[in-house]
Design a protein around this ligand. Structure first.
Ligand code: ADP
Ligand code: TRP
Length: 327
């Protein structure tokens, strides 16, 4: 069976961007492929190295999020990147063969440096972000990688690295392909990309009240100032959410917004209600799991052992091809 791999950094609780941009695909694919999903806690250090305690806490939060949305350890392998040390070894080997310009021109890393205002404090590890990500994928010889749109440049580098390795040492790795969802880009309440790091997100774990409060403060069409002004749904963040979370009413909302019948306050209230209904079961399950952390840890420990078995086999193959297997 073909394999799927994807990871989420341990940088905070997950939000609606993750849910519709990546996790909905995770769910679908767990029944169709041999799927591996992991918490990229080493990747979290590329930007959050000053706060290991937070990374530890976030590892737990992401575990809860992944299980609460319905990922099932009977169907997929759930693991933690740092529990599979083979990732670090292969990362080092790959870093030897990757030409510097490939990582220097990576637009996603450039955006991270800009958005997080890292400038001089951007680390060597951050530059190597796509190399570690490549490792995460090819250690499992995955054919497909479900991710959001922002990750496509990384995937392109992964494919280039695979080609380079295979040409230099022999054909071992598969060129992975990205799988996007129907909504690969979800804006945050400020109109920029919804992101844990930009504090513009609505979290899976938020309460219904917090969700409503955030939606009520979301930016809308700047030209619709008064209730009966005619709106422009295509430039409105709240309308982008209506398209995702309120498919039944979206056409009516488009029409009445454009004609000036519908005001932003009513529109937002309708949306908040829909989102809260859709998240109710997930939130209840999350609450339940948070009272059973031993079980949660056990699931990820077992998954990490399973992942390690496969990863160590692939690493041995790579070392043999590179003539560093001790023979
Ligand atoms: P963040 O940018 O919030 O720190 P991550 O980088 O950990 O989140 O993203 C994890 C996965 O979720 C990736 O596949 C990413 O492409 C996807 N993702 C994150 N934010 C969004 C978004 N706003 N819209 C669509 N997909 C997203
Ligand atoms: N870079 C991804 C993100 O920020 C996380 C990630 C790390 C990943 N390793 C991966 C995604 C391997 C897919 C495959 O979202």
């Amino acid at each position: 069976m073909e394999r799927v791999v994807s990871g989420i950094r341990a940088t905070g609780k997950l939000h609606l961007g993750h849910l519709v941009g990546a996790l909905e695909n995770y769910l679908k694919l767990q029944s169709e492929y041999d799927s591996f999903y992991f918490i990229a806690d080493l990747h979290a250090f590329t930007t959050n190295f000053e706060d290991p305690e937070a990374i530890k806490e976030n590892r737990k939060e992401v575990m809860l999020d992944l299980l609460s949305i319905g990922l099932d350890p009977e169907k997929c392998t759930l693991f933690i990147q740092s529990r599979v040390p083979e990732h670090t070894y292969l990362h080092l080997l790959l870093s030897m063969i990757v030409p510097l310009p490939w990582v220097e021109r990576n637009p996603t890393v450039k955006e991270m440096i800009r958005d997080l205002e890292l400038k001089e404090s951007a680390s060597y590890g951050l530059l190597g972000y796509p190399i570690l990500m490549t490792t995460d994928i090819i250690l499992y010889k995955a054919s497909y990688v479900p991710v959001g749109k922002d990750q496509l440049p990384h995937l392109e580098i992964a494919r280039e690295i695979v080609r380079r390795f295979n040409t230099l040492y022999g054909k071992l790795f598969i060129e992975p392909e990205a799988l996007l969802t129907k909504f690969p880009y979800v804006p945050g309440i400020d109109g920029k990309k919804m992101s844990k790091s930009l504090k513009n997100d609505i979290k899976i774990a938020d309460t219904e009240l917090e969700t409503k409060r955030k939606i009520m403060s979301a930016i809308t069409d700047p030209q619709k100032v008064r209730l009966h002004d005619k709106g422009h749904p295509n430039v409105c963040t709240v309308f982008a959410y209506q398209r995702i979370f309120n498919k039944e009413e979206v056409e009516d909302i488009r029409k009445t917004c454009k004609s000036g019948e519908l005001g932003c306050v009513t529109c937002k209230k309708r949306l908040a209600e829909k989102i809260n209904i859709q998240l109710r079961d997930i939130r209840a399950k999350r609450e339940e799991l948070s009272n059973n952390l031993n079980l949660v840890n056990e699931i990820f420990e077992d998954g990490s052992k399973k992942a390690r078995n496969i990863a160590s086999k692939t690493l041995s193959e790579a070392k043999t091809l590179m003539k560093i297997d001790g023979t």
